[in-house]
Design a protein around this ligand. Structure first.
Ligand SMILES: Nc1nc2c(ncn2[C@@H]2O[C@H](COP(=O)(O)OP(=O)(O)OP(=O)(O)O)[C@@H](O)[C@H]2O)c(=O)[nH]1
Ligand SMILES: [Mg+2]
Length: 456
């Protein structure tokens, strides 16, 4: 149902978690993704706008920096999603309840009443289902079958056309005291027309249900708001059940629209089977959308992702950039999709063009480098310049690692180049985290171009 929305939300949180810096481009592109996903789920445009503003505000909040900012942003995203979905409000049952389900044709009343009956019977309630849909010929039969199949008590009168008379049936009234949860199925219409209005009013007056629940299918999306309001103007509505969440992409719209009416969504149903019903809890719903256990797990994930990246960056920035770290970085870079990744560590640098073909054959080369490093003495690893001073060392290492001397030379060249690149970056800005100017970028990109000749 919410696969698409869920996928985009997960992607958005991952992007926040994995970015070392939340620059404007990233924030705006994440917001755009979120907007598209929410609108596709039929969430009201003005609600989406409000939501985006809150995310934007959190992202550009100057008072919050670094890791805290990411945590803050994820938290705001999480909270705001919960906020548009409304508060959790449980359907609290008293000792004796008479609950009437109302809704338009085909909204899912009869199926849902069986699901609810089964749900509460399993939790110890004495349940009876009463069929007051005398409008549709097959309605009684449907309720009967569902009740028998799931071993729930029921009462129907297939020959009576007046629902009030069914309700007043002496047999029913005599036996009804044995049950502490009476669930009433009512008739639907294509719209809330005069006929349905007068029927609902009459039923409400006579039965005096302790609660009345409006059943609406997810596919009506935002229209749920108007429908809920319209029904509320006829009889008091205690809450809502949204059905068919499994088969509509518009469930987000239906849920958020209900939240706007302040009528609580007690349950959602997500399938045709008897157990396909669950209490609606915005918190767990959002957690599921984001694919996380809860907010804490999510924040933990952000921290871990940032922790790793910070270390990487520290190494890259360090003057003590050893040849081992170089290979280590090159390997990571290879894993992560090459220099593109290094670029993403450095704000503003993402627009620098990396020549095509730069990353080809990288894997094999790195494998060789690992062998080379193993054949180097600890002293050589610390001072790779020794190799340049005494070329006999190069021959020895090449022999020991089973590569050509040119491979060793190439590795040294690339190491020096990367070191130089890092120094240049530092000189230009002193701190990568502040971002680079266009001019600095051009300079760096030029230097970067050197890598091309070396095949790095
Ligand atoms: N996929 C899916 N189908 C559902 C769900 N809930 C109900 N349905 C189906 O929706 C259709 C209509 O459900 P009913 O329970 O008959 O709806 P109703 O409101 O009683 O309809 P009327 O009595 O005609 O007004 C049936 O085919 C149900 O199987 C759900 O959560 N998921
Ligand atoms: Mg029905």
């Amino acid at each position: 149902m919410f696969e698409k929305l869920s996928e985009i939300l997960k992607k958005a949180t991952n992007r926040i978690a994995n970015a070392l810096f939340l620059d404007k481009n990233l924030v705006e592109s994440i917001i755009k993704d979120l907007q598209r996903a929410l609108i596709e789920a039929d969430v009201n445009v003005s609600l989406v706008k409000e939501f985006s503003e809150k995310i934007r505000k959190a992202a550009y909040d100057e008072r919050i920096k670094g890791l805290e900012k990411k945590e803050h942003l994820i938290k705001v995203l999480y909270d705001e999603l919960m906020n548009i979905l409304g508060k959790k409000e449980e359907l609290v049952l008293g000792k004796e309840e008479v609950i009437m389900l109302v809704g338009l044709y085909g909204s899912g009343k009869t199926t849902t009443i069986a699901k609810l009956g089964n749900y509460y019977q399993k939790r110890g309630r004495k349940v009876i289902l009463i069929g007051l849909d005398t409008h549709r010929p097959a309605a009684s039969e449907q309720l009967k079958q569902l009740s028998e199949k799931n071993k729930i008590a029921y009462f129907i009168d297939e020959n009576e056309k007046d629902p009030l008379k069914v309700w007043k049936n002496p047999d029913l009234q005599k036996n009804i005291k044995r049950y502490d949860l009476v669930l009433i199925d009512s008739a639907g219409r294509h719209s809330l027309d005069k006929d349905l209005i007068s029927e609902l009013k009459a039923l409400n007056k006579e039965i005096k249900p302790t609660k009345t629940i409006l059943v609406m299918p997810a596919d009506i999306g935002q229209a749920a708001k108007k429908q809920a309001k319209d029904f509320s103007s006829v009889i008091p509505i205690s809450g809502i059940i949204i059905t068919r969440m499994d088969s509509s992409a518009k469930g987000g719209g239906a849920l958020t629209a209900c939240a706007e009416t302040k009528a609580p969504v007690f349950f959602i149903t997500n399938g045709e089977k008897i157990n396909d019903i669950e209490e609606f809890n915005p918190k767990s719903f959002v957690s599921r959308l984001l694919g996380m256990g809860d907010l804490e797990t999510l924040i933990e994930k952000v921290k871990t992702a940032v922790g790793d990246k910070k270390q990487d960056l520290k190494k890259l920035e360090s003057d003590l950039f050893t040849i081992e770290e170089f290979v280590d970085q090159a390997k990571k870079v290879g894993d992560l999709g090459g220099l593109e990744k290094i670029k993403s560590f450095i704000p503003g640098f993402s627009s620098a063009k990396i020549p095509e073909g730069l990353l080809e054959n990288q894997e094999k080369r790195i494998e060789k480098w690992e062998h080379i490093i193993k054949s180097m003495t600890p002293e050589e690893r610390k001072n790779p310049e020794l190799l340049e001073k005494q070329t006999s060392r190069i021959s020895r290492i090449a022999k020991g690692s089973g590569v050509n001397t040119s491979d060793v030379r190439l590795m040294l060249k690339q190491y020096n180049l990367l070191k130089e690149f890092l120094k240049t970056g530092k000189k230009m800005d002193g701190d990568f985290s502040k971002g680079l100017s266009q001019k600095q970028l051009l300079k760096l990109a030029k230097k970067f171009g050197k890598f091309k000749n070396l095949g790095f």
